[in-house]
Ligand binder design. Structure first.
Ligand code: NAP
Ligand code: G3P
Length: 484
């Protein structure tokens, strides 16, 4: 597929079943975050080419919407099989492009294939409902409402860099199975992995025009896509500032926005500190903290904080740091700009009096896992989403203080509560402003049939397989007015 120029492959974009080079003649270099070299070039397509993609999606949708569900299902099952069949190549691409360990990259591909299969099975068991008129006062039973779900039309699916395959298919599969067509805009740093996923879809024999891969910087074609009046729904996963921009620019269409987070880990004095620490370290530092659901602050009861910090320190200093090729827990961040941002948060906190427990060491875009104790709310690290391996610890006097600090955040994705008292756990959980509260477990999305919800600046709408299908369809009511 790619046209080689000496060593660096150039990748096409994909519309209406064709792999194309942009008439702009412009390409974007994709750097590997750990190889620090260009691993490929992707197309920077024009707005006209965006139009062509949307037109082909619009045309293809008319026929796709009336295809039997079972027929649609077969293409998605084949897609899942093709992904599994090419998992070695896709996983290797994910590692090179976004710096995830090979093990995590394989997990992402397998998780995606399972997600697609489950999405098909869920859709096969989603049925409408009927309602009789006579359950409402004064209305006869000759009035019957039949409610069914119908596709919205053309879905714009925009994904982030950190799950270039999984968080893309998590939009494309529910859109397709429910009769929509898709304009897929991957993160630039994730385009090659996204393209490999689409190659698998192409091999499934999916009819032309149903899924169209548009490549280019979001800063160049993003607004044009979002404001395009032939887009019927936007499913976006990414940063909060980008999400807010999309909410402001999109007009009168359904939106699902899965945005940033500042998930707290609340540790009560009766918690099992060793188990809690394990969950916190895994939650905070997996993939160097580049997860929206990463634990991004610890709120520890002051009378166990010293012990907890000691245990967290022991866990942290033993984390492997280095190349994803060596299955390191802490890997280089996606780019130098992100590493600068994380370093800035560490410097700000230390200037303002935080205690460095361990870390604050850096080599280019590799930031060593950093624990900061005695963090206070005037420090940026207490409120900002680092998307990197820095974990602030704030000491609290009571559950209520922990709840108040947790809810002060503009984010509301997830939270963890660590305690052995289930009543206490629910008391805290019921007062936390977040889409999900994990009791004695790390914050994470999934399993993928669970609802996944961000509130406040963490999002609008809900994901999770059934919720995603519902978000990409609408109810259509047909009322029978039968003869009396
Ligand atoms: P990002 O910078 O917001 O980019 C996300 C996507 O939006 C990319 O495809 C990007 O394209 C595109 N984009 C940029 N400007 C746009 C515009 N004006 N209109 C439309 N699309 C535009 O986020 P990221 O750095 O890839 O991902 C990290 C962020 O995503 C973190 O904040 C993280 O918390 C969040 N995230 C949230 C979830 C969740 O489920 N809640 C999951 C994963 C990540 P380019 O790459 O070309 O700029
Ligand atoms: O940031 C991606 C987000 O969706 C997290 O997924 O499975 O790592 O919790 P997970």
């Amino acid at each position: 597929m790619p046209v080689n120029s000496i060593h660096i492959p150039t990748y096409p974009y994909y519309i209406n079943g064709d792999w194309l080079e942009s008439r702009s003649g412009q390409t974007i270099d994709i750097y590997s975050p750990y190889l620090n070299e260009v691993i490929g070039k992707v197309q920077a397509i024009t707005k006209d080419e965006v139009d062509e993609a949307i037109i082909s999606a619009r045309i293809a949708q008319r026929d796709w919407a009336i295809r039997p569900l079972q027929e649609r299902a077969q293409y998605l099952y084949r897609w899942a099989d093709e992904l599994v069949a090419s998992k070695d190549e896709i996983a290797a691409t994910i590692m090179k492009e976004v710096g995830k360990t090979l093990k995590d990259a394989y997990k992402e591909v397998t998780r995606t294939a399972e997600f697609i299969q489950y999405t098909v099975e869920e859709a096969l068991h989603m049925h409408g409902e009927s309602m009789r008129g006579d359950s409402f006062p004064g209305c006869s039973k000759s009035k019957v409402a039949i409610t069914d779900r119908v596709p919205l039309g053309v879905v714009l699916a925009i994904s982030p860099f950190n799950y270039p395959v999984n968080l893309s298919a998590a939009k494309i599969a529910p859109a397709l199975i429910s009769g929509n067509t898709v304009i897929f805009k991957p993160a630039t740093q994730g385009t090659i992995s996204g393209l490999k996923m689409i190659e698998a879809l192409h091999r499934s024999g999916l009819p032309k025009g149903l899924v169209n891969l548009v490549t280019g910087r979001g800063s160049e074609i993003g607004d044009y896509l979002v404001e395009h009046d032939s887009i019927d729904m936007i499913s976006f996963t990414g940063g909060t500032s980008t999400g807010i921009n999309i909410a402001k620019k999109s007009v009168m269409i359904p939106l699902v926005l899965e945005l940033g987070g500042k998930d707290p880990g609340i540790v009560c004095e009766d918690a099992n500190l060793f188990e809690s620490a394990k969950q916190i370290i895994s939650g905070a530092f997996s993939y160097s903290g580049q997860r929206c659901t990463a634990i991004k602050r610890v709120l520890a009861h002051e009378n166990i904080a010293d012990n907890l910090v000691q245990i967290l320190k022991e866990e942290t200093v033993n984390l492997s740091v280095g190349s994803p090729k060596d299955e390191s827990m802490i890997v280089p961040l996606i780019d130098h700009q992100s590493a600068d941002f994380v370093q800035g948060l560490i410097d700000d906190a230390l200037e303002k009096g935080a205690t460095l427990v361990t870390g604050n060491k850096r080599s280019k875009n590799l930031i060593y896992p950093t624990l900061l104790d005695n963090v206070t709310m005037d420090m940026d690290v207490a409120i900002e989403e680092p998307f990197g391996p820095v974990l602030p610890i704030l000491r609290v006097k009571s559950d209520q203080e922990a709840i108040d600090i947790a809810n002060q955040s503009e984010y509301g994705l997830q939270a963890s509560v660590f305690t052995n008292d289930i009543n206490r756990a629910f008391r805290i959980s019921n007062n936390i402003e977040a889409g999900t509260v994990q009791i004695n477990g790390r914050t994470e999305r999934g399993p993928d049939h669970f609802p996944f919800i961000g509130i406040k600046k963490s999002g609008i709408g809900s994901q999770g397989i059934r919720r995603s299908i519902e978000s990409m369809t609408r109810e259509k009511v047909t009322v029978l007015n039968l003869a009396e």
